[in-house]
Write a protein that binds this ligand. Structure first.
Ligand SMILES: Cc1cc2nc3c(=O)[nH]c(=O)nc-3n(C[C@H](O)[C@H](O)[C@H](O)COP(=O)(O)O)c2cc1C
Length: 329
């Protein structure tokens, strides 16, 4: 039986849930969501107007980001002692509704409760990592975290696959559409507005030292930002692809939940991550990312993982009063 969320969560508890959801990663830090406590549930709604420039992957990225927010809301509810149930209902009458997280009235999953402590310290880390590899046992935990949400974390541990990914990342960087690059530069440049990703979160400019050109995405490639240093990056980080069985709005929400679960688990094991999604943003390159794999899935995120040398600052979030809407009638 579901309970009325207002009856069970007081105002400060609602803020805990909304703040956790808002701490989720989002494409370009666009935070393309709004939250509503209504009809016995915490609703996550998409705000496509906040998405970055419409590209082949923009709709996916909005849903992926919202999926990560859904997962954080479940974790916060578990922390507050509530079991929850997610329904992802493609609703023709309400196409921006991404998911409803309803209280079940039952006990929370202790595994979710345990992840709450990492919600605030997880970061996208674009700084160099230490050169050591992640132990197999820890990678297995990350794989399991994605699997529990219905996604697959495919580690690129065979050299030919790894090299193929490096080639795709480089090709995507060279062939990026000019309008997409201009949109990105405008969002990152402090000249126009508050930058979506502040310089301290961009990390240093990667030194391109062939033949070991690092598989690091410089979000501000070619953009001169005052005071931004350059650095050598680890030449061979662990790379992985997060995949789903399907490639539709429900699958993107699954991917977002799987992503956030594995990122929180990773944070708990001292593992940092950044993303190299360039090939996924290119409609031609996207299918290449997974089609050579033994178990072909639909690629949703490309992750670079390792041990941090620097903890970046928290990146800014919109004030919660802008994000949390009033209950619908
Ligand atoms: C769907 C999605 C795609 C993303 N793509 C990239 C990417 O290609 N490169 C990157 O450095 N960060 C990427 N990010 C990370 C966001 O830029 C980051 O989450 C945001 O700036 C907020 O910072 P935080 O994760 O440290 O809280 C992506 C995040 C999401 C959810």
């Amino acid at each position: 039986m579901q309970h009325t969320v207002h009856a069970m969560l007081n105002t400060s508890e609602q803020l805990v849930v909304a703040a956790a959801a808002a701490a989720a990663p989002s494409v370009f830090n666009t935070q393309p969501w709004s939250f509503v406590f209504a009809d016995g549930a915490f609703e996550v709604r998409a705000d496509p107007d906040r998405a970055s420039m419409p590209t082949a992957s923009a709709a996916r990225d909005v849903r992926l980001s919202c999926g990560a927010a859904v997962f954080n809301a479940r974790v916060a509810l578990a922390r507050l002692g509530h079991g929850s149930e997610v329904s992802v209902l493609p609703d023709a009458a309400d196409p921006l509704l991404v998911a409803r997280v309803a209280l079940t009235g039952g006990k929370p999953d202790p595994a979710l409760d345990g992840l709450y402590r990492w919600v605030g310290s997880r970061r996208t880390n674009r700084y160099p990592f230490r050169p050591e590899a992640i132990p197999a046992g820890v990678l297995a935990r990350l794989h399991d975290a994605a699997r529990r949400e219905g996604a697959t974390l495919r580690l690129l541990d065979a050299e030919p696959e790894y090299q193929r990914m490096l080639t795709s990342i480089r090709r995507a960087t060279w062939t990026e559409d000019e309008a997409v690059r201009d949109d990105r530069d405008a969002r990152l440049s402090s000249r126009t507005d508050t930058p979506a990703i502040p310089a301290g979160n961009l990390g240093p400019v990667p030194r391109r030292e062939l033949p070991d050109d690092p598989p690091v995405r410089d979000m501000a490639e070619g953009l001169a930002l005052p005071g931004r240093a350059s650095a050598s990056f680890e030449p061979h980080p662990d790379l992985a692809v997060l995949e789903t069985a399907d490639d539709d709005p429900a699958a993107w929400i699954t991917a977002g939940q799987g992503l956030q679960r594995l990122l929180l688990e990773a944070t708990g094991h001292g593992i940092a991550a950044s993303f190299a999604n360039q090939p996924l943003e290119d409609a031609e390159l996207r299918p290449e990312v997974s089609d050579g794999a033994a178990h072909y899935g639909c690629p949703q995120m490309v992750l670079r993982m390792g041990y941090a040398t620097t903890q970046p600052p928290a990146s800014p979030r919109r004030p919660l009063n802008e994000v949390v809407g009033s209950a619908r009638g």
